[in-house]
Ligand binder design. Structure first.
Ligand SMILES: [Zn+2]
Length: 130
């Protein structure tokens, strides 16, 4: 990887991280504990749904931030390895890395994981990949 490409990917990762940080966590509405004084029963399921959406989004966001931090570390320490798939060692692909610079797997291995739940020879756990 040349220095320009490395700088470009780093910039992209940093921009994504800034966007996620600026976006902030979604507020999770408090659960209704005052069921007796709550006249509108229809509000309860809505609150639960909003809670679940918010916590899912917050979890995805913190996972993505972790992936971005790992990708930035790898990019700085081992830029040659950055473009290699962790499953098969092949090049992940320029376009794929531009779209999702945090991914550590090529399309083929990603599809294998989604189908089989694991990649042969993978050094890490399934939960590390999204
Ligand atoms: Zn692969």
């Amino acid at each position: 990887m040349n220095a320009a490409r490395q700088a470009q990917l780093r910039e992209r990762l940093e921009t994504l991280r800034e966007e996620l940080l600026a976006e902030g966590r979604m507020a999770i509405p408090p659960a209704r504990s005052d069921a007796v004084s709550q006249p509108d029963e229809d509000e309860a399921p809505l609150t639960e749904m909003t809670q679940s959406i918010a916590s899912n989004r917050n979890r995805e966001r913190s996972e993505r931030l972790e992936q971005i931090a790992e990708a930035l570390a790898l990019l700085a320490e081992d830029p040659e390895d950055f473009e290699s798939c962790e499953g098969c060692g092949e090049n992940i692909g320029r376009r794929r890395l531009e779209l999702m610079p945090w991914v550590r797997l090529c399309v083929a291995c990603q599809e294998k994981i989604e189908r089989d739940g694991h990649v042969p020879g993978s050094r890490r756990n399934l939960t590390d990949y999204r």
